[in-house]
Design a protein around this ligand. Sequence first.
Ligand SMILES: C[S@@+](CC[C@H](N)C(=O)[O-])C[C@H]1O[C@@H](n2cnc3c(N)ncnc32)[C@H](O)[C@@H]1O
Length: 232
Amino acid sequence: MMISYETIMTSLSITKSTVGTGQLTRIQRAYKVIAPAYDRLRPLWTGGALGHAERFLERRVLPQYCPPGATVLDLGCGTGANLERLLRTGIPVSRYVGVDISPAMLGRARQKFSWLKSAEFYIGDIERLSFSDNTFDFALSTWALEHVPQIEVAVTEALRVLKRGAHLAVLFHSIPDFPWGIPVRLAEPIFRLAFPIRFLDPDYQFSISLEHHWHFAKGLHTLLLLAKDEYA
Ligand SMILES: C[S@@+](CC[C@H](N)C(=O)[O-])C[C@H]1O[C@@H](n2cnc3c(N)ncnc32)[C@H](O)[C@@H]1O
């Protein structure tokens, strides 16, 4: 079922009252500017040699952990890059749900996938998901955790809405190993003045549910695979 424009605007007003922090407003403002060019800019950090992590996600992680016929949740879905990826893999998905805080990014995603009846896009904060417990068979998030103030909260929320035994894959920018990390650490504060992003710890450890931990591009990109406990 696709969500109507009216439904999205209603969700947005709810979101504003429940989220309303300066950080989220800043993210919405930044992505309003970026959204029209986002799909063209994306290869800057996912193209060529920097694309290993995304290729690994697509070729190794999705086929193994996203079961055929799955209901899939995409956290910080943006313009729908992960939906394109799922379609490319050919894994049949019964329902794809993308959640994003930016109306501008979601607007692009809705435009691109208006033909796909199994795709739904919602405005919302990934730290406060409005889905019931044990809803999804697989969840993923690419390049969105870097914006989220409390990563553990977003990950715990994602695990809550996953079914028992289901997996969550998260891919994010991280601080590379020494000495490659030096320029990143130096540039980050300047970068942050313009754009609300941070490079996370490549050895980010979640106390629960971490199944795999992969580093790419000397640690500039980190991919984590978490599993919801069978008995949670
Ligand atoms: C760099 S884009 C990544 C988009 C997409 N996942 C991709 O791989 O192209 C980051 C996205 O995260 C979204 N985002 C940031 N903080 C969020 C939050 N707290 N809740 C939901 N979405 C958020 C932004 O609006 C933006 O669309």
